[in-house]
Design a protein around this ligand. Structure first.
Ligand code: SAM
Length: 260
């Protein structure tokens, strides 16, 4: 089978990828050949006998900077091995934010190369010459891009058709339609005095669907009203939300959070 997602990871810590990539959904997708991840050790492209991949910053200052040559050679190696020209993505707290929407865009790229920075980051000239895109996981600083690369691989893999057991699982998840997912329950029906909502035990699928949509809408209003400008509802859903006095609130929140 040809992998539907091909990812190269460029790192000085290849050992960080072994265990995480063997577990759960990602482990199975890699094992089944639906996705392929190749970890490239940047040290293999260092020129000296100490396999040096970093050096002191010109102009002085704290920390070390990743040298451009090993990074460039590793990208060239990924290009040679790739089935299509890989999109080179630098993990960086200065990049655009990695969201479900960005993931949905990236999963259609035939090949990706994720560059994991360390220390103070990478030499600017490597970024200028080789990097197509920069992604940040969020407004905080990680010690390296490896955990960010693992997050991106995990999120993208879930989006490949057929990877999740039920074909529409990913489309029902939080963020897929800019609504948070409804609360979930499993057995037992009573836990520490708390009951599962009776409608979920009723077997009435239409009522359950309605209950879940209302719960999703309430939760999104409470926690992430900023998602609502991009949330879309069918005509039937709007009627239901109106009947429960939520539609007015949703419209008001969407207006409040709409970007100018
Ligand atoms: N000195 C850099 C700065 O202030 O922008 C931070 C460097 S950080 C310690 C080392 C590496 O971790 C970065 O080059 C990047 O690859 C990765 N990294 C750190 N925070 C990240 C984030 N929020 N998202 C993605 N990658 C991140």
């Amino acid at each position: 089978m040809t992998a539907q997602l091909q990812v190269f990871v460029l790192t000085i810590f290849p050992e960080m990828f072994g265990t995480p990539l063997r577990q759960g959904v990602v482990g199975k997708a890699l094992n089944d050949g639906i996705a392929a991840v190749q970890v490239i050790n940047l040290r293999d492209f260092a020129r000296d006998r100490h396999a040096t991949t970093d050096d002191r910053p010109y102009g002085g200052g704290e920390g070390m900077v990743m040298k451009p040559e090993p990074l460039a050679l590793a990208v060239q190696q990924a290009r040679r091995q790739a089935t299509a020209v890989p999109r080179v993505i630098l993990l960086s707290p200065q990049g655009r934010r990695f969201t479900q929407e960005v993931a949905a865009e990236l999963v259609h790229k035939p090949s990706l190369a994720l560059v994991c920075g360390r220390y103070e980051g990478v030499d600017e000239r490597f970024r200028q010459r080789y990097v197509d895109d920069e992604l940040s996981l969020g407004d905080y600083v990680l010690s390296g891009g490896e955990l960010a690369a693992l997050v991106i691989i995990d999120v993208l893999t879930r989006l490949i058709p057929g990877v999740l057991g039920c074909s529409d699982s990913a489309s029902n998840e939080t963020f897929s339609r800019n609504l948070l997912k409804h609360p979930q329950y499993t057995r037992p029906p009573r836990f520490e005095g708390l009951e599962v909502p009776a409608v979920l035990l009723s077997g009435d699928h239409e009522k359950i669907r309605e209950h879940r949509l209302l719960a999703s809408a309430r939760r999104t209003l409470e926690r992430r009203a900023d998602l609502l400008p991009e949330a879309h509802f069918s005509r039937d859903e709007i009627v239901l939300l109106q009947r429960h006095g939520l539609w007015h609130e949703i419209e008001a929140a969407a207006k409040r959070h709409k970007k100018p």
